[in-house]
Design a protein around this ligand. Structure first.
Ligand SMILES: Nc1ncnc2c1ncn2[C@@H]1O[C@H](COP(=O)(O)OP(=O)(O)O)[C@@H](O)[C@H]1O
Ligand SMILES: [Mg+2]
Length: 246
């Protein structure tokens, strides 16, 4: 059963050529899709399109059988409620504690009761391994810890689907593991995720489906072992050969 379905999704920045070209893919509830592909292949643009930052020119997006309408402000807001996105750069508010960073959007944007949000935020910070860091400011935290605050902040919005765009790429190697552990925990919780990453060993382990994009198109999709070990298209073969040499 498909929970998130994209059909024939195309999008471009301004009048230029399509950066997403007829993208069709389907994700079941609790599935983790690993999105891979060369730089510039459209991975970030796909996530941006889903959250409405890059309005699709054509195609259809459905969540739980409900079409997402990117055309009006109200429906766009509703669409954004379904997704939360975490970027490579964590972009925390430097003048706020970890706890406040997690609480701010649910309280100010969603107008939810502060006490209730705070209790949830503490539980989320504990889940990402930061139970003792509620009162720490970003500059008192490592990159890995800041990225985990950013993930807790995204989860505080209670998304149906979490989009992670190269969330370990800016981290020192020794800090990558703790963020990957957090993603493992979320998977075990049944969180539906779309994960863009160059950590191939991690993608192999955590993804239920791997999607390979090139030039704005989905070139191949399938189980990790098939995509990574037995690529069919020359472009994917070339990509895996390059990336596995690292
Ligand atoms: N804000 C933008 N304006 C115009 N073109 C963009 C913008 N962002 C990305 N692109 C172009 O869209 C294409 C896909 O980029 P992107 O989605 O960032 O790829 P990836 O995340 O796979 O590296 C690239 O050709 C890139 O130059
Ligand atoms: Mg990108």
């Amino acid at each position: 059963m498909s929970f998130l379905a994209l059909e024939g999704l195309s999008a471009s920045y301004g009048g230029r050529g399509d950066v997403l070209n007829d993208v069709t893919l389907s994700i079941g509830k609790g599935e983790v899709v690993g999105l891979i592909g060369p730089s510039g292949s459209g991975k970030s643009s796909l996530l941006r399109a889903l959250v409405g930052l890059l309005p699709p020119r054509a195609g259809r997006v459905e969540i739980g059988g409900q079409a997402v309408d990117y055309s009006s402000r109200a429906s766009l807001r509703a669409a954004r409620d379904r997704f939360a996105i975490v970027f490579q750069q964590y972009n925390l508010f430097q003048n706020m504690t970890a706890l406040r960073n997690v609480c701010i959007a649910p309280v100010l944007v969603k107008k939810r009761p502060a006490a209730e949000v705070e209790a949830e935020a503490k539980a989320l910070l504990a889940k990402v391994g930061l139970a003792r860091k509620y009162d720490a400011y970003p500059d008192e935290l490592s990159g890995g810890q800041q990225q985990r605050v950013a993930i807790a902040r995204a989860l505080a919005l209670k998304p149906d689907i979490l989009l992670l765009d190269e969330v370990t790429s800016a981290l020192d190697p020794e800090l990558v593991t703790e963020v990957l552990d957090t993603i493992r925990t979320l998977r075990a919780d049944g969180m539906t995720m779309l994960v863009v990453s160059h950590e191939m060993a991690f993608i192999r382990e955590v993804a239920t489906t791997v999607v390979f994009m090139d030039a704005g198109r989905v070139v191949e999709a399938g189980p990790p072992a098939r995509i990574l070990d037995a690529p069919e298209s020359p472009r994917l073969r070339d990509f895996t050969a390059k990336i596995l040499r690292h």
